[in-house]
Design a protein around this ligand. Structure first.
Ligand SMILES: Cc1cc2nc3c(=O)[nH]c(=O)nc-3n(C[C@H](O)[C@H](O)[C@H](O)COP(=O)(O)O)c2cc1C
Length: 398
């Protein structure tokens, strides 16, 4: 084999092995942060705690990290931070420009919203062909968020899917069993209100529409079943409302760094409002339709529509969800109402969503529909063997 063939074969074969993605950071001598994207980060030793990464000898980023001193921070990049990985890997200067970070106790940049960070001091640099093996002793480390890590494999980026989901959806299996028990109640409500009622499950970090009953009057696709949207405000507020503090924080955090202060403020109080009245409410057909048609296209994997664009539109509809006041005197475009179905441990296992009619209705009719929905969700709770928690309507903090 020629040297070129060996190199091509080497890349092809080694590309079959997936890696995580780490951004190694250091504070430059002039105070500017330095970053370098690596796939070669590894845990090495527990006692003493050592980690390693392998920079190319010719890398200018590695040269700057080396020149800056003997400290570095390994930031484990999350599945939603592909842009961070790409920016740091391609830029020559101002690598962390626009990326949120803070300085660690050891004067290294810790990037925000990652999976975890490991702050280190370099204890050895070994020669290894055209690379070096840098050994760092761990000074401090922590998990930043429960998000999945970004993975690199066969030249592309992706994220981790547990075998159970890939092999037929074990998580969904349990959800579908619950939905089947709730279904007669959904059908009753759909018939009584002459509308569509859907069941939505929280599966990992996505809301999955697992069943529908009744007549869809406002749907943007032949069926809403199977639709998946990210679990982020304002969607899935019912799960956040009865969830623990960590679920609420995760949910709110998914608004992401692009959210405006108004969007964050509007949604911070939403879980308590939902819990106080027992249901979540979305108003406005036009913005709801826009969101739904984009989500349909993303779910169909149409070219030219990205998951990021969907998140932007989701952020834009926050104003229509769980507003502090829904006027008693005006007419409203009721998009949807959602109420919780509880499992045996008092956690929300499903939400039932009643879709409003086209056009507008008065607040009194919204109240009637909400009471019917809450009653139906309570009946579905009994059907799935669940229990409505005693502090059903109380705010979480009380
Ligand atoms: C997913 C991924 C993993 C990488 N892993 C490494 C690595 O382990 N070691 C390395 O030297 N460069 C690695 N690179 C390349 C560097 O991030 C960077 O592009 C390269 O160092 C650029 O050269 P510079 O440092 O001279 O700017 C990786 C790039 C990507 C996108």
């Amino acid at each position: 084999m020629t040297a070129d063939t060996v190199a091509a074969k080497f890349r092809q074969v080694l590309g079959q092995y997936p890696t995580g993605v780490v951004v190694v950071t250091a504070q430059g001598t002039d105070g500017t942060p330095i970053g370098m994207t690596v796939g070669t980060f590894s845990s090495v030793s527990l006692d003493p705690p050592l980690v390693a990464f392998m920079p190319q000898k010719s890398s200018s980023s590695w040269a700057s990290i080396r020149a800056a001193g003997d400290h570095f921070c390994a930031n484990i990049i999350g599945e939603e931070q592909e842009d961070v990985c790409r920016q740091v890997a391609t830029r020559k200067v101002d690598k962390l420009d626009g990326i949120r970070w803070r300085l660690s106790d050891h004067n290294t940049p810790i990037i925000e919203d990652t999976v975890a960070y490991i702050d280190c001091v370099i204890v050895a640099v070994h020669d290894a062909g055209d690379h070096e093996i840098v050994i760092g002793r761990v000074l401090d480390l922590d998990v930043v968020s429960q998000t999945n890590p970004l993975l690199f494999f066969r030249g592309g980026y992706g994220s981790f899917i547990p075998r159970s989901l890939a092999a037929g959806g074990a998580d969904l299996y349990e959800q579908l069993r619950l939905v089947d028990l709730a279904r007669p109640h959904m059908e009753w409500l759909a018939g009584t209100c002459d509308t569509e009622v859907t069941a939505i499950s929280l599966v990992r970090d996505e809301l999955v529409l697992t069943a529908a009953a009744g007549r869809a009057q406002t749907a943007q696709a032949p069926t809403r079943v199977g639709q998946r949207v990210p679990f982020m405000p304002p969607l899935g507020g019912v799960f956040a409302a009865w969830g623990d503090d960590s679920l609420r924080e995760t949910w709110l955090g998914r608004l992401g760094p692009d959210a405006t202060p108004e969007q964050i403020d509007a949604q911070r109080g939403a879980p308590d409002r939902i819990r106080a009245c027992g249901y979540s409410i979305a108003l406005g057909h036009t913005r709801g339709e826009r969101l739904e048609s984009l989500s349909t296209r993303v779910n169909l994997k149409e070219p030219g529509v990205s998951a990021e664009a969907l998140k932007t539109v989701i952020r834009e509809v926050t104003g229509g969800y769980n507003a502090e006041d829904v006027s008693d005197t005006e007419q409203h475009e009721l998009r949807s109402l959602s109420a919780p179905v509880f499992g045996p441990d008092g956690r929300v296992v499903l939400t039932l969503t009643l879709w409003g009619p086209p056009g507008t209705i008065p607040k009194t009719r919204i109240d009637e529909l909400a009471q019917l929905l809450i009653g139906t969700a309570a009946a579905a709770t009994t059907a799935v063997g669940g229990a409505v928690p005693r502090a059903r309507f109380a705010a979480a903090a009380l």
